[in-house]
Design a protein around this ligand. Structure first.
Ligand code: FEO
Ligand code: CA
Ligand code: CA
Ligand code: CA
Length: 735
């Protein structure tokens, strides 16, 4: 597991919502339910072509999707793609984004990261400039590889690995802050080779210090007033940006995920506050006495900082009540309420201030994915909250889509129209294969009268969406990561990456198995045994009447992650073969160009057998498989527990195949393509992240030396990077 996983694996849902373990009582015929929800599929190219079959090797000549030869699992320190494909680095941590910024030396002496590529490349979207050969990539920089102890420094960013003492030096903190956020970078193709344009006027960075506007119902609310923003209408930056989205009007969306961990709270802060904010902070995982991930707030006592003007650049990372004001306008007690949103950016125009779209709710955001736009209808935005036992959400716009919205005069103004007004809803899954979306509204008596927290207004509901979702009894999921919409039929797919707290007999802070999260089992890795839903699954849902604003849906589980030799009847429920097996699905995206579903992993369970990977899939549709009843026996009293679930059609060698395996200790995340589907951009995040050596001068101690061992860049320290994948015959990727 990664050194920093305690920050990325947060677990603060202690509400008592139903987990549907009493599902034996359900008697509804699922197929009847599904029939009512099914609308005929339109343009289902994926299904038709998959039916052609074709074995993996000879199908390559037939040029059908998934015609490539599957890539084997691997522990090699390199990126492997199928025969006939090439993968090359386009941009890596530290690469300069302006003409005057020096080349990256990659020895810990580099500075000026506000003008360089950030670290831990994550979600990513393509914005075209010139057909399929020139465009902009908007790239999230989620985090940094740290030592995981104390005020953990970014390990590879500093010559000596960084300072772990009580006070972090401002010179180190400045680098660490700036490697977070978003990069916008021009890329172009010459011949067959992709590279980035160092001096492009389009290049820009958004970092955790960039001014960002708060937009929507929360803007101006008492909950977001700070010393920096006494009117509560702005905040600084965006942080821990994980999944992404692209709006139908051509702007970029970035999700703020594990932002809580960057902020400290004093050990006596609960008493200092003595109000409902203590409940809200705890629900989001911020406890008094909590240290921050990197100790940035401690730099306030650094001599260089004291000598400089006080901008509270570092002080804001202590989110304690330290002032005497009644509204928080003299401290950063409300700073956390300005984090945790979907942020919209105009990638083409660096002068447009990014906006946090507060109507979409505040939680640990991953991707934000739109329903297929229909003229005269509202838009839905699907989202997940990635922590154990958190929820699946959707936002439905108040405004209806029109033809002219596709090419607006101002993208950010069109964002105001669709993303500042609407309804936020949360999903409840039942044991029959159906489900409901419940609106999170202050006018719902379950919310306005909730005993767990006294909501003031709708802004309070949005800021504390987790508490509102608790109040309406939403279904606790196995860590919702990315979602994606099937362009051929509008069905919505969600990765549920894993959940170590999913149990048959849950203790406090754990959850019983239910239909949507039906597995709990043991997995061994070396000498350790892990329990729970170790390998994760991919759930999909179909809206009633295919409507974006539907309040009912049907669902099944498209794939269960598992190692291929795990028990077929209870763990490897999708019968994955050795060319298909995976653990901890995370990144997920349908290609509009090819209809292929790309599945990426961020795994720590199966990494004794293979580095993280990416698979290509041609899924069918909700309900194409069968009902399965899992039978468990309780250890305590030997009674049996039966759990009904719905397993999607078992994949074949023509419908699911491993396409890529990454370097050592990396996560595969972020995916976008050129419109012709002939270049796929993918991110290799944190290679070598389990390097824990005090001998940083000795590269042989690094667990990875990628991408320098692939011929890219100076130095041997491992670097997160974006790669471009092309097919040597210039065909579409995945064929
Ligand atoms: Fe940043 Fe939930 O992965
Ligand atoms: Ca194992
Ligand atoms: Ca992720
Ligand atoms: Ca992840």
């Amino acid at each position: 597991m990664s050194a920093s996983n305690h920050f990325n694996d947060e677990n603060s849902n202690t509400s008592n919502n139903p987990t549907f373990d009493a599902i034996l009582q359900a008697r509804l015929d699922r197929r009847g339910v599904l029939r009512t929800g099914i609308v005929s599929m339109v343009g289902s190219t994926t299904l038709g072509i998959a039916a052609c079959g074709g074995g993996s090797s000879n199908a390559a000549a037939a040029n059908v999707p998934l015609g490539f030869t599957a890539v084997s699992k691997s522990l090699a320190d390199k990126v492997t793609v199928p025969a006939g494909y090439s993968a090359e680095v386009v941009i890596a941590l530290g690469d300069p984004l302006t003409a005057s910024t020096p080349d990256y030396k990659n020895d810990g002496t580099d500075t000026n990261f506000a003008n360089r590529s950030g670290d831990h490349h994550d979600g990513m979207e393509w914005f075209g400039l010139d057909g399929n050969e020139r465009g902009l990539l908007a790239i999230n920089h989620e985090a940094t590889t740290d030592s995981g102890t104390g005020n953990a420094p970014s390990y590879f960013l500093h010559a000596n690995g960084g300072t772990t003492g009580m006070v972090r030096p401002a010179s180190e903190v400045d680098k660490e802050i700036d490697i977070h956020g978003v990069s916008v970078v021009e890329v172009k193709k010459s011949g067959r080779k992709w590279s980035y344009v160092k001096d492009s006027p389009f290049n820009y960075r958004v970092t955790p210090v960039t001014e960002v506007t708060l937009s929507g119902p929360v803007a101006g609310n008492a909950l977001v007033k700070t010393k920096y923003a006494v009117e509560g209408r702005k905040t600084r930056g965006t942080i821990n940006n994980c999944g992404t989205g692209r709006t139908p009007w051509g702007s970029f969306l970035t999700g703020e995920e594990n932002w809580v961990g960057y902020f400290a709270r004093n050990s006596t802060d609960d008493a200092a506050r003595a109000d409902k904010s203590v409940t809200a902070l705890k629900r989001y995982g911020s406890n008094q006495g909590a240290k921050s991930r990197h100790g940035w707030e401690t730099a306030v006592t650094d001599a260089a900082v004291i000598a400089a003007t006080a901008t509270d650049k570092y002080a804001r990372f202590n989110a304690s009540k330290t002032g005497s004001s009644t509204d928080g306008s003299d401290d950063y007690r409300n700073e956390l309420n300005g984090q945790g949103y979907i942020v919209e950016m105009d990638v083409y125009n660096k002068s447009v201030t990014p906006k946090k779209r507060t109507a979409l709710g505040r939680f640990a955001h991953e991707s934000a994915v739109f329903s297929i736009p229909q003229i005269g209808k509202p838009l839905a935005v699907y989202m997940g909250d990635d922590a154990r036992g958190e929820y699946i959400y959707k936002f439905v716009s108040a405004a209806n889509w029109t033809e002219s919205d596709k090419n607006p005069v101002s993208r950010i103004t069109t964002g105001d129209k669709f993303l500042d007004a609407g309804k936020l809803l949360v999903a409840k899954f039942d044991s029959t294969g159906a489900g409901t979306w419940v609106e999170l509204s202050i006018s719902n008596p379950l919310i306005s009268g909730y005993s767990g927290y006294a909501f003031t207004d709708q802004a309070d509901v949005l800021v504390n969406a987790r508490l509102a979702a608790d109040a309406v009894g939403a279904t606790k999921m196995d860590r919702p990561e990315w979602c994606t919409v099937n362009p051929s039929n509008g069905e919505v797919y969600y990765t549920l990456t894993n959940n170590s707290k999913r149990k048959l007999e849950p203790a406090s802070g754990e959850w019983a198995v239910d239909s949507g999260n039906p597995r709990t089992y043991s997995d061994t890795k070396g000498n350790t045994t892990s329990k729970g839903n170790v390998n994760g699954h991919i759930l999909r849902l179909k809206e009633a009447a295919n409507a974006a604003d539907a309040t009912r849906f049907t669902w099944d589980i498209y794939l269960f992650g598992a190692q291929s030799d795990a028990a077929a009847g209870s763990i490897n429920l999708s019968n994955l073969t050795s060319d298909q097996d995976f653990s901890s699905p995370d990144g997920l995206a349908f290609s509009p160009a090819t209809g292929i579903l790309w599945i990426q992993t961020d795994d720590g369970a199966y990494t004794d057998v293979s580095n993280c990977m990416m698979l290509a899939a041609l899924p069918g549709q909700v309900g194409d498989g069968s009902k399965k009843t899992l039978e468990y026996t309780k250890e305590s009293d030997k009674t049996k527990v039966m759990v009904d679930t719905y397993v999607g059609k078992i994949p074949t060698s023509s419908t699911l195949k491993r396409f890529l395996v990454g370097a050592v200790d990396c996560e595969i995340t972020g995916i976008t393509e050129t419109p012709d589907g002939k270049t796929l951009f993918v991110n290799i995040q944190h290679p070598g992240e389990n390097t824990l050596t005090t001998d940083i001068a000795n590269p042989s101690k690094y667990t990875s030396q990628w991408p320098s061992n692939a011929g890219y860049g100076a130095g041997k320290r491992p670097r997160s990077a974006t790669i471009a994948i092309t097919k040597n015959d210039d065909g579409k990727i995945g064929y």
